[in-house]
Design a binder for this molecule. Structure first.
Ligand SMILES: NC(=O)c1ccc[n+]([C@@H]2O[C@H](COP(=O)([O-])OP(=O)(O)OC[C@H]3O[C@@H](n4cnc5c(N)ncnc54)[C@H](O)[C@@H]3O)[C@@H](O)[C@H]2O)c1
Ligand SMILES: O=c1ccn([C@@H]2O[C@H](COP(=O)(O)OP(=O)(O)O[C@H]3O[C@H](CO)[C@@H](O)[C@H](O)[C@H]3O)[C@@H](O)[C@H]2O)c(=O)[nH]1
Length: 340
């Protein structure tokens, strides 16, 4: 059974990828410092090493101990406004983390890597939909640090024979269709999570940032991709690399845009109740529209998305956000599940 190191596997997307790896017959091993991830997001039986991916020795020893043949690198810091306020922390975590991972991989002889990149590397695209060879002009430290990490991986690929697939995700949303995992951090800022909170009565209204863009209804347009489809794209990328495929940098979206108001209507349909909203000025740094040219990931990786519909994304997100709270721990119960 092929073993795969998953950095950031206790987070939102990484935990979904762990499930997809298990579903596809791979054996994941998670390395996560639990800075934003949660131990309970790692399924029972999956080894969890708690530590910093920037620690090359830890990466190498983990790869060797578990005889991993490839790595998926999700561990990062990713809140855009936070990256503007704390650029040094973002550059450190995203660049030093990728450096530590690469050093550890090269030391342990692991030369296949799937990397979490982002549409934020493009900044404000000149033309839509945006192709992978469009100019990369990130407009915040988050996007800049991810672009630098892509370049670092490219240099390691050339010098050390690493082959990689960098997936540039567009707007990731939704939750595991079987309800096994989803976004776990409180204080959501992403549109679909915010709208679900409003539908569930946890906030009074959704603030719509701008209705005067040059888009069909004036609100911002994004290419929302279901997190479970994103996870299977990672498995497809892994398979490509294990079969000796060449390095690739690919957009990961569906190639269709939805406006903020269309998202709110979809949440209303799923929830069966109105989602109040108020119009506010544009949010600084928001592009009017971001939509992927997403042919490459299908053609080159054979990716077949299964949940390619806004209604599906929204209903899975709503089901996850509205799930019953975990029962309180009884006195004497261990606070954390032990891991291998
Ligand atoms: N969520 C999105 O909309 C989105 C969009 C584009 C790209 N991405 C990328 O996807 C990846 C995963 O994002 P997510 O939404 O699952 O975020 P998340 O915060 O839920 O997950 C990140 C995980 O990495 C861990 N981590 C962070 N720094 C670490 C370090 N130095 N060492 C070890 N573990 C560390 C965290 O504890 C967490 O479990 C990130 O690389 C992010 O840049 C996310
Ligand atoms: O309360 C809200 C939240 C968002 N929006 C709008 O909804 C759209 C989507 O916003 P959001 O869900 O915050 O995502 P983005 O700002 O598009 O950024 C996401 O998608 C990028 C890739 O496209 C990733 O790089 C980022 O990490 C990720 O946060 C934008 O038009 C926002 O202006 C609102 O109107 N109200």
């Amino acid at each position: 059974m092929t073993r795969v190191l998953v950095t950031g596997g206790a987070g939102y997307i990484g935990s979904q990828a762990v499930l997809a790896l298990l579903d596809a017959g791979y054996q994941p091993v998670v390395l996560d410092d639990l800075s934003t991830g949660l131990r309970e997001a790692v399924p029972e039986g999956v080894p969890l090493v708690v530590g910093d991916v920037a620690d090359a020795n830890l990466v190498a020893s983990t790869l060797r101990a578990h005889r991993a043949e490839a790595a998926m690198h999700f561990a990062a810091s990713l809140v855009v406004p936070e990256s503007v306020a704390q650029p040094l922390a973002y550059w450190r975590n995203n660049l030093a983390g990728t450096l530590g991972l690469l050093e550890g991989c090269v030391a342990a002889g692991v030369r296949r890597l799937v990397f979490s990149s982002t549409a934020a590397v493009y900044g404000i695209p000149d033309t839509l939909p945006v192709r992978e060879d469009a100019p990369c002009r990130p407009i915040n430290p988050y996007g800049a640090s991810k672009l630098a990490a892509e370049r670092l991986i490219g240099d390691a690929a050339t010098a050390h024979g690493v082959s990689f697939v960098a997936l540039r995700y567009f707007n990731v949303a939704g939750a595991d269709p079987a309800g096994r995992t989803g976004r776990r951090r409180p204080g959501a800022t992403h549109l679909i999570a915010v709208a679900c909170d409003a539908a569930l009565g946890r906030r009074d209204a959704v603030t719509v940032y701008g209705d005067d863009y040059d888009t069909p209804d004036g609100t911002g347009v994004r290419d929302y991709v279901h997190v479970a489809d994103l996870a299977t794209a990672h498995v497809a990328a892994l398979r490509h690399l294990l079969e000796g495929g060449r390095s690739l940098t690919l957009n990961c979206g569906y190639g269709r845009g939805h406006s903020v108001l269309a998202v709110l209507r979809a949440v209303e349909r799923a929830a069966g109740r109105p989602v109040p909203h108020r119009i506010a000025p544009r949010r600084a740094g928001d592009p009017p529209a971001v939509i992927a040219v997403a042919d490459g990931v299908r053609q080159l990786l054979g990716w077949h998305p299964m949940h390619d519909s806004l209604d599906r994304i929204v209903s899975d997100a709503l089901a996850w956000e509205g799930r019953p709270a975990a029962p309180p721990l009884l006195p004497g119960q261990p606070a954390e599940r032990a891991h291998a």
